[in-house]
Design a protein around this ligand. Structure first.
Ligand SMILES: [Zn+2]
Length: 409
């Protein structure tokens, strides 16, 4: 376990930011820098069948050490960090024996990480926190996950007295731009199920996520001199405004929680001659999700009737709730839950208000709940991770391997 921290620090020092505008996989060349290092390291710790393909997907095997036939299980995390915030020149600060006061991230720029604002910090009094220097993100999302998986595998290699079946691990590029699962070879991975190590605080265990779609509404207008515009001008801005007015005003991200779905308008551009609205639809419930899409069609039809064919709607599905794929094999959640409980960790099971690579993998035939990796405040300068949380994640991985070998026939 003593290698966990240095390992994590080595990973976050390598910039692996992904790029949504790139068409290649990985989306950025620099993700290879960490990928190649990981391949070497997996060999070094004694993993077998270590492979990396032309898209930087890494897979490796820890062979079974028992005679009994048990299912092959997997653990997955991602190499890239979000395009939303710089991951270059990450200079982590290590705060030992955290005193519960505010932490100065950057004296010069007066950036502090304060429990007044981030109350979660108070859970970690006395622990070792790893923070940023206030100028970059940390990259615990998801390099904490990678460090935990590597450390757990090394631990199992060094402790053959812990009995387990065949374990597969994978590290993927481009999760943050929604493509981490796209080129994942589920058949080659060959696991009955897997876990992404990509959640936040200790205890998180997630197998439900949003159904997600994006929509684009394009409106054409007709510009005429305002003095002579009567019955002639079609103002695209006005129609866009009317469209927005027909959406349910309370069903927005800032007014919903838990299992409540929403429409989220995130962009509107407009002139008289043309306007464009972009929004996303999110809902855990499949039926409600479909009803939301239908509502957009209905509003479009209504405005078309009123103004003519000046308005077009385009909806694209993004990802689906993995619950329907995980429920039929619910023991995979039970095992993770039991692993946590046996380590004195209280499982926090709640629906994710977002998506994970695990949802795509689940629909590709690899049921894949998500487990905590320990970090907080992802995708920005306030990101931090307690070392103790990462240690617990390592223990959970080891315990899941152990329990799978004992319980599953
Ligand atoms: Zn992540």
């Amino acid at each position: 376990m003593e290698k966990l921290l240095p390992r994590f620090l080595e990973y976050v020092a390598i910039d692996t930011q992904s790029d949504p505008y790139s068409k290649t996989t990985p989306s950025t060349e620099k993700q290879w820098n960490l990928a190649k290092k990981l391949v070497l390291e997996l060999h070094q710790i004694g993993m077998q069948e270590v492979s990396i393909d032309e898209h930087a997907y890494i897979m490796a095997t820890l062979p079974s050490n028992i005679d009994k036939k048990v299912p092959t299980i997997g653990f997955v995390s991602h190499i890239d960090t979000t395009p939303d915030f710089s991951g270059k020149n990450v200079k982590p600060q290590i705060v030992k024996d955290y005193d519960g006061e505010e932490i100065i991230l950057n004296k010069q720029k007066e950036i502090v990480l304060s429990p007044d604002y981030f109350e979660d910090l108070l859970q970690y009094k006395g622990q070792t926190l790893i923070t940023t220097d206030g100028t970059t993100l940390l990259g615990a999302d998801d390099k904490a996950g990678i460090a935990e998986i590597v450390t757990a595998m090394e631990y199992l290699v060094q402790h053959p007295e812990i009995k387990h079946g065949k374990i597969r691990i994978a590290f993927t590029p481009d999760e943050e731009i929604g493509r981490g699962a796209h080129k994942f070879d589920v058949e080659k991975f060959g696991a009955a199920w897997a876990y992404t190590m990509d959640g936040s605080q200790v205890g998180e265990l997630e197998f439900e996520n949003f159904n997600a779609a994006s929509a684009k509404i394009q409106i054409e207008g007709k510009s005429v001199h305002p003095g002579y515009a009567k019955n002639k001008m079609v103002n695209a801005i006005g129609i866009a405004n009317e469209f927005l007015g027909l959406l349910p005003p309370r069903e927005v991200p800032e007014k919903t929680s838990d299992r409540e779905g929403f429409f989220h308008v995130h962009s509107i551009k407009g002139e008289i001659e043309s306007a464009e609205i972009q929004l996303i639809i999110r809902d855990h419930d499949q039926e409600h999700f479909e009803a939301r899409k239908q509502l957009l069609h209905d509003i479009t039809a209504k405005l078309q009737k009123k103004y003519g064919d000046y308005i077009t709607l385009n909806i694209e599905d993004q990802y689906r709730n993995m619950r329907e794929k995980v429920e039929p094999v619910f023991h995979i959640v039970e095992i993770a839950k039991e692993a946590m409980e046996s380590l004195g960790i209280e499982p926090i099971i709640k629906p994710i208000r977002g998506g994970t690579d695990g949802s795509q993998l689940s629909f590709m035939g690899l049921p894949c709940p998500n487990i905590f990796a320990g970090g907080h405040n992802f995708h920005g300068k306030y990101e931090y991770v307690p070392l103790e949380s990462m240690e617990k994640a390592v223990q959970v991985i080891v315990k899941i391997c152990e329990l799978t070998a004992v319980q599953i026939k």
